[in-house]
Design a protein around this ligand. Structure first.
Ligand SMILES: [Ca+2]
Length: 135
C-alpha cells in the first residue's frame, strides 16, 4: 500500500508578478533585476514600461515601442503599443515641459498600436509623455 500526499498551487499575485515569473530567471529576481523601476536590459526603458508596452525586459533590441513622427499634413502622430488591459495609459501634452495637461486617457484597444494625432501649431512646441500605472 502506498499513500501519496501532494499539493498543487499556482502563484497568486498581481499581473506584474505573473509577468515577472515568466520574464526573469530566479537568479535575475535574486539580483533585483525584476523590480518595476529597474532596467534589466539597460535599454533605458524600465521594467514596468516594458510590461505595459509589451517589451522583453531582457532584450534591449525589443524596445522602444513608442514613437512620435509626422502624420498627415499638419499633424504629428504619437504611437505606442497598448499591451495590457490591467494598465492605465495616460498621454499628456506640454508646450513648455513644466505644465502638463491630459491629452488622451486609455486611447485605442488592448493588443494594438495606438496612434494619437495632434495638430501642429506653427511656432509652438509640443512635448508628449505617456504615464502608465497599475490600479
Ligand atoms: Ca529595459
Amino acid at each position: 500500500m502506498e499513500d501519496q500526499v501532494g499539493w498543487a498551487f499556482s502563484a497568486v499575485g498581481t499581473p506584474y508578478d505573473q509577468w515577472v515569473a515568466t520574464s526573469f530567471t530566479a537568479g535575475e529576481v535574486a539580483q533585483g533585476l525584476h523590480l518595476p523601476a529597474a532596467d534589466a536590459d539597460l535599454d533605458c526603458v524600465s521594467n514596468f514600461l516594458e510590461f505595459a508596452l509589451g517589451g522583453d525586459p531582457t532584450d534591449p533590441a525589443s524596445a522602444p515601442k513608442f514613437s512620435v513622427a509626422p502624420g498627415s499634413a499638419g499633424s504629428l502622430d504619437f504611437s505606442f503599443f497598448r499591451a495590457r488591459a490591467d494598465v492605465s495609459y495616460v498621454v499628456e501634452r506640454s508646450t513648455n515641459l513644466s505644465g502638463w495637461s491630459l491629452f488622451s486617457n486609455n486611447p485605442g484597444s488592448v493588443g494594438g498600436v495606438v496612434t494619437i494625432s495632434d495638430t501642429i501649431v506653427p511656432g509652438e512646441n509640443h512635448f508628449y509623455r505617456l504615464r502608465t500605472s497599475q490600479p
